[in-house]
Design a protein around this ligand. Structure first.
Ligand code: SF4
Ligand code: ZN
Ligand code: ZN
Length: 317
């Protein structure tokens, strides 16, 4: 039996490749919890009185987020929201029921909203129209925009003052690299945990798991016995996005040089810390739906997509 490198007593069940340690279940859970707490404190992500809405999808990371947040914040001040995309074969009643049951067991109220309720169309319908018009828009673009919008709308209307998402370290570094490659300065600033609030209409977002590797959230979920959603989205590989290419490259880099992703994010955090305090990104308001939109835009991306696919009838272009 290989013993845990921390307690030296119990059997090691996790090889934490970025530290080179082998850990038992208990020491691994403790290690993840402590690292989340460090990050939460370092960036003052929330205060004792904050009402935090957890954005959950039913995937492994959302179970880990709920588990950890109920340990570090008063469960009566937590809520959860999940967005049903409207993707055939992916949105399953059993998964939703399980998510509901888990949230209920942890004293968290969960709100379920569909993309159809938000936009009038399911993601499947948007994709179908887009293909019909010969457009090359990734299904994830429709899905991501409406999911983010739904989460923000629900949190705002129910009076939550923070939204916590389950983004892990791998997600964060992928976004960082994408924004750098695109030279998207505004988004680079907005990614930083110390960014200012850009619009009263946006409930500030926090990402407590941003320094936890994806392999760790997967192991955490497995060792806790969670049964997250296992069906893959049919659109996952339909149109390889820049993100999926970056994901592959970063995965290989991490394999060769364990700890690289963590180092990248740590360096970004330090380098941009001073910059984000000085910078103000002014968001515009969409002239169609009244929701906030990126600097320089008159029509938000959500409305623009519906116009392009012929699902929103307006003369405004
Ligand atoms: Fe949505 Fe893309 Fe994820 Fe499918 S793979 S659920 S379309 S973001
Ligand atoms: Zn141990
Ligand atoms: Zn709009």
């Amino acid at each position: 039996m290989v013993k845990c490198d921390i307690c030296g007593l119990r059997e090691a069940v996790v090889y934490q490749r970025h530290t080179g340690r082998r850990l038992c279940k208990e020491c691994f859970f403790k290690d993840v919890l402590e690292r989340v707490l460090n990050e939460v404190k370092r960036y003052e992500m929330f205060k004792d009185n904050d009402k935090i809405m957890l954005a959950v999808s039913g995937g492994k990371d959302s179970y880990v987020l709920m588990n950890i947040m109920t340990q570090i914040h008063d469960p009566s001040k937590l809520g959860a929201v999940t967005i049903v995309e409207g993707i055939k074969g992916y949105n399953r009643v059993e998964d939703l029921d399980q998510l509901r049951a888990y949230a209920k067991d942890h004293g968290i109220d969960i709100v379920v909203v569909s993309v159809k309720e938000l936009s009038g169309y399911t993601v499947d319908e948007m994709v179908e129209n887009s293909i019909g018009k010969g457009l090359k828009i990734s299904p994830c673009t429709f899905c991501g925009i409406y999911r983010r919008r739904g989460i923000n709308l629900v949190a705002r209307s129910l009076g939550y003052n923070k939204v916590a998402t389950a983004h892990n370290l791998d997600d964060e570094v992928q976004t960082l690299v994408i924004n750098m490659l695109r030279g998207d300065e505004a988004r680079l600033i907005m990614l930083h945990p110390k960014r200012r609030r850009f619009s009263e209409l946006f409930v500030p977002k926090i990402k407590p798991l941003r320094k936890i590797y994806e392999y760790e959230t997967a192991r955490y979920a497995y060792l806790k016995g969670y049964k997250p959603q296992i069906y893959e989205c049919p659109y996952l590989n339909m149109m390889p996005s820049l993100r999926s290419k970056i994901r592959d490259i970063l995965y290989r880099l991490e394999e060769e040089r364990p700890g690289s992703l963590l180092k990248l994010l740590e360096e970004y955090d330090k380098l941009f810390e001073k910059e984000v305090e000085k910078r103000e990104v002014k968001l515009n308001t969409c002239i169609i739906c009244g929701e906030p939109t990126s600097p320089g835009r008159r029509v938000c991306k959500a409305c623009e997509l519906l116009i392009k696919t012929g699902l929103l009838d307006t003369s405004l272009k």
